[in-house]
Structure formats: structure tokens, C-alpha cells
Design a protein around this ligand. Structure first.
Ligand code: GLU
Length: 427
């Protein structure tokens, strides 16, 4: 199986290996020196298995791919309200380094353009630039699962030539978006852009986002799922410079590219992809990177809006344990739509039983909405002179602190539930 996937990857990479369109970034000499023939592709599964093809071990600077990660860190550290007060979430349709803010709010339009990214850096706590950078450096490293190094030459060049970013930072300061010294904030921004990654690091960082904030290799939680959800949202709408619409249509994965030649792409819940090829198109996206992502998405069916079928049934079995007592065994991940289906089925069949027992031991994951719906089932049933019990041996689906406010009755074993069901019928 692993070999088959490896073959797919090699084949798709090979198909684009001969593409030579585009040009390396040349606004600083260090980027202009990149080897245009290099082409690396990495894919990390959600359990941390990595497939690599081509120059997956070549290090290059992360550049703008840093933006979603610093945005995530800012959200993680100071919370969404504070971040939202300073940075919007609307696609700008402008070039990444446009000196612009929203006309009315004076906030940068989103965190994926330089104005928003510089504002995000300023929100990361730290009394000195070193302290702030240390937090950022550590956060990226935890996402990648290894300590990343900084490219000091790129950093020095970025700093020496960053007039446009300086203009942006001072503009933000004048609008009250940026607290503190703009040059200190920029120093951190230049350093974060100069961190070195490989396509495999990017695939792992992507998978950390795909897993809702848990690094696939270390198993450590780096941030929480609400932060990831917000970060992926802005990657969908604003990640690919001003080509975001085309990218979403053709590739359909939250992504971010950088002028170093990298692209990071996330398939939520499933996998992460990293690509490196330094030849850029006019918009600043890696030419082969975009093409290889298009091919991967089409051939492996990775578009996040692929709707192949209605969600598969969450009821894996239903049977009558004794007269009037019907058991429904649920399995898989239970979200709103699945829970709705379960409730509807159980209610439709209410003429067939007195007591319905939902057996939950095979549920892998459940969200708050589905949990509330299951917990509320009994209220509906008792209104119809029926009973409804839940069986949750591991207390995973219905931890004690989530039962408050509901009338749910939860048992540790099916036997216990059946016993009480019989008493209900007798009594
Ligand atoms: N350091 C670059 C800048 O801020 C990053 C550009 C990019 O990757 O888009 O101009």
C-alpha cells in the first residue's frame, strides 16, 4: 500500500519535473541563488507517516508560509477577540505587499498579506524582539516536530532591503494597529520569514493543522482546534496571494505559499502536503508547486469539498434484546448530521419499542452539537411515554460534566441498561 502511494507521488512529481516556466525570486541575492531545478514533494498522513519524492531534504526559507503559523500563535496566545480587533479576515485581492488597510476599520484586511502578518507578529507576547521571536521559533518547531534553523544571510538581506515592509509597519503604527516599535516588530517578522524548512517539514506542519493542532509525530498538542479552524479559514480565502479563487476551485485545500518556493497545503482531518520548487509565477506562487498540487488533488481526490456520497450511516446495528427494548449500536465519528439521522430513525421507530437504548462504545469522536442531541433524546421520548437510555462504558461520549442540564440516563454497560429497561416496562 505504502509503495503504491509512493509510486503515485513519484509519478505526479515526474510529470511536472520538466516544467521550467517561472523565475526565482530576486529581490534579495540569497533567493536569486536558489537552484531552479530543485523540486521536492512530501506528504504526511495523519498518523505521521511521510512519503517523500525528489528534493524533499533541501532546506529553503519559509517566507510567507510563516504567516498562518504566526497568526495561529497570536490567536492561541491572546485570543480571537484581541486578534480580530487588529486584523480582518477578508480576501484583499491585492498583491501580498500592498501598502493598504481596510478603508473604514483601518485594519489590515487579512493575516496573509504583509500588513496583517506584521500586525500578527506584534500581537505575539514578548517584552523584547528576542523573546517574541523565541516564541514564534518554538511554535513553528513544535508544528514541524524538530527545531528549525534560521538562515542568517537571508535575514540580514531581508532587513537591509525591507523598505516596503517598513512603510507598511509605520502605516500600521499611525493607524493604531501596531503597538510598540515598528522596527522591533519588523525585526521579528524578517527573522520568522528566514526560518529554514524542507518540504517534509511543511508536510508535517500542515498535518499538525490537519489534525486540529496535534503534531502527528510527537503526538503533542501545539494549539487548540478553534485556533486551527480559524487559521485554515483564512488560508482558504487568502492563502495563495491574489490567486486564492483559482486555487480553491482547482485544488481545494487550505494552503499558503512563499516566495522561497514552498507551498503548504492541508486536507483537514486527513493529511498535509509540502512542496518546494523555487520557480515562481507572476503572482509569487511556485509554478511546479501549484501544478503538482493540482494534479495531486485531481488524481487522489483531495479537494476538501468533494462530496462523494451522503454521510455513511452511523447506526451500525439495531436489534430487539427483549420485547419492547430496542438497541441501536452507533459507530464512527458523530457530528451534527449523523446525530440528526440517529434521532430521526429512533423517533420514527418509536411505535416498535418502549425503551430505546443507544449503545455508544464504538463512537470514535463526537462534537458538542451531537452530544447535546443524544443527551436530549430522552426528553423527547419521555414526552411520548417512552424511555431512552445511553450506554457509554468509557465515559468518552458523555463525560459526567457534559450531562448537566440534560435528563440523560447513562449506563456503563448494556446489561445494566437492559435491566432498568425491563423494570421500566414492568412498572
Ligand atoms: N520576506 C518577504 C516579504 O515580506 C516574504 C514574501 C513572501 O513570501 O510573500 O516581503
Amino acid at each position: 500500500m505504502a509503495e503504491l502511494v509512493q509510486q503515485y507521488l513519484d509519478q505526479i512529481r515526474d510529470e511536472h519535473a520538466g516544467d521550467t516556466e517561472g523565475a526565482v525570486a530576486d529581490y534579495i541575492p540569497e533567493l536569486a541563488n536558489a537552484d531552479p531545478t530543485e523540486f521536492g514533494l512530501s506528504l504526511s498522513s495523519s498518523d505521521g507517516f511521510v512519503y517523500e519524492s525528489g528534493d524533499a531534504a533541501t532546506e529553503f526559507t519559509i517566507q510567507s508560509i510563516s504567516k498562518p503559523f504566526t497568526y495561529a500563535l497570536a490567536l492561541d496566545q491572546v485570543g480571537q477577540d484581541v486578534v480580530d480587533a487588529k486584523i480582518g479576515v477578508e480576501p484583499s485581492g491585492e498583491a501580498f505587499n500592498e501598502i493598504s488597510v481596510d478603508d473604514t476599520t483601518k485594519r489590515p484586511k487579512n493575516p496573509m498579506i504583509n500588513a496583517g502578518a506584521i500586525a500578527a507578529v506584534s500581537l505575539v507576547p514578548g517584552t523584547t524582539p528576542d523573546e517574541r521571536f523565541a516564541r514564534i521559533h518554538e511554535f513553528y518547531s513544535r508544528c514541524a516536530g524538530r527545531k528549525l534553523d534560521i538562515d542568517h544571510d537571508v535575514y540580514a538581506s531581508e532587513k537591509a532591503t525591507g523598505s516596503r515592509n517598513r512603510a507598511i509597519a509605520y502605516m500600521l503604527q499611525s493607524f493604531g494597529v501596531l503597538d510598540g516599535d515598528p522596527d522591533e516588530v519588523l525585526d521579528v517578522y524578517f527573522r520568522q520569514c528566514s526560518l529554514r524548512v524542507t518540504s517534509t517539514d511543511l508536510a508535517r506542519m500542515a498535518t499538525t493543522l490537519a489534525r486540529g493542532g496535534v503534531n502527528p509525530c510527537t503526538g503533542r498538542r501545539v494549539t487548540d482546534s478553534a485556533v486551527v479552524q480559524r487559521t485554515l479559514s483564512v488560508m482558504v480565502t487568502c492563502g495563495m496571494y491574489d490567486a486564492a479563487g483559482d486555487w480553491v476551485s482547482a485544488v481545494g485545500m487550505p494552503a499558503k505559499s512563499g516566495v522561497g518556493g514552498g507551498i503548504v497545503a492541508v486536507l483537514p482531518g486527513q493529511l498535509g502536503i509540502g512542496v518546494y520548487s523555487p520557480l515562481l509565477d507572476a503572482k509569487g506562487n511556485s509554478v511546479r508547486g501549484v501544478r503538482v498540487c493540482r494534479s495531486l488533488s485531481a488524481r487522489l481526490g483531495l479537494h476538501f469539498l468533494t462530496v462523494t456520497r451522503e454521510s455513511s450511516s452511523t447506526i451500525r446495528a439495531r436489534y430487539d434484546l427483549c420485547e419492547g427494548v430496542r438497541v441501536y449500536e452507533l459507530h464512527g465519528d458523530l457530528l451534527f448530521a449523523g446525530a440528526e439521522q440517529v434521532l430521526r430513525t429512533v423517533e420514527n421507530e418509536r411505535g416498535d419499542y418502549d425503551v430505546a437504548i443507544l449503545e455508544l462504545s464504538r463512537i470514535d469522536d463526537i462534537n458538542g452539537a451531537a452530544r447535546n442531541m443524544l443527551a436530549g433524546l430522552r426528553t423527547d421520548l419521555t414526552a411520548m411515554n417512552k424511555e431512552g437510555f445511553l450506554v457509554d462504558p468509557d465515559h468518552k461520549v458523555m463525560p459526567a460534566d457534559t450531562r448537566q442540564g440534560h435528563h440523560a440516563i447513562v449506563f456503563d454497560s448494556l446489561d445494566d441498561a437492559v435491566q432498568v429497561a425491563k423494570e421500566f416496562r414492568a412498572g
